[in-house]
Design a protein. Structure first.
Length: 133
C-alpha cells in the first residue's frame, strides 16, 4: 500500500500543508513516520479522508482554474470487481470520477483504495492510468 508525504497528501486533498497538519493534530487523520523520519499518510487513510472532505458542506467552495485537458489526478477510493468488469472510483479533489473498465485492466494496474491514479476523459469514455514515477 502506498504512503504519501504530507505535502503530496495535502495537494491531493486540495488543501494546504498547514491545513493537513492541523487535521493530523486534531486526530482527523492518522500518520506514521518513514525511515527518514518524515510523516506519511497511508493511501487507504488518505482515500477515506478524501471522501469525507468531498462530502462535507462547502466542498468545492473555492474557484480553481485547471488546464489539465480532461485529466483528473486523484486517489482510488473504491474498486468493485466481478468476473469481467471493474467499477473504479477516484476522488480527485472535490470531484468523484467513476469508470467501468475490464477486470483484467484493473488487476494489471493494481488498482485498489489508496493508489494514486489519473482518470482521462474523452467524450463519454473514461480510462485509468498510473502516473509514471
Amino acid at each position: 500500500m502506498p504512503d504519501y508525504r504530507i505535502k503530496d497528501a495535502a495537494a491531493l486533498l486540495g488543501v494546504s500543508d498547514d491545513t493537513l497538519r492541523r487535521w493530523i493534530e486534531a486526530g482527523r487523520i492518522q500518520v506514521s513516520t518513514d525511515a527518514a523520519g518524515r510523516q506519511t499518510v497511508a493511501g487507504v487513510e488518505l482515500a477515506r479522508l478524501a471522501q469525507e472532505v468531498a462530502q462535507s458542506p462547502g466542498a468545492g467552495a473555492g474557484t480553481h482554474s485547471y488546464s489539465a485537458r480532461n485529466r483528473f489526478t486523484g486517489l482510488v477510493t473504491r474498486v468493485v470487481r466481478d468476473t469481467v468488469m471493474a467499477q473504479v472510483e477516484i476522488q480527485a479533489g472535490p470531484y468523484r470520477v467513476v469508470s467501468l473498465i475490464s477486470r483484467e485492466a484493473a488487476d494489471e494496474l493494481g488498482l485498489e483504495p489508496g493508489v494514486l491514479a489519473v482518470a482521462s476523459v474523452k467524450a463519454t469514455n473514461v480510462s485509468i492510468e498510473l502516473e509514471s514515477k
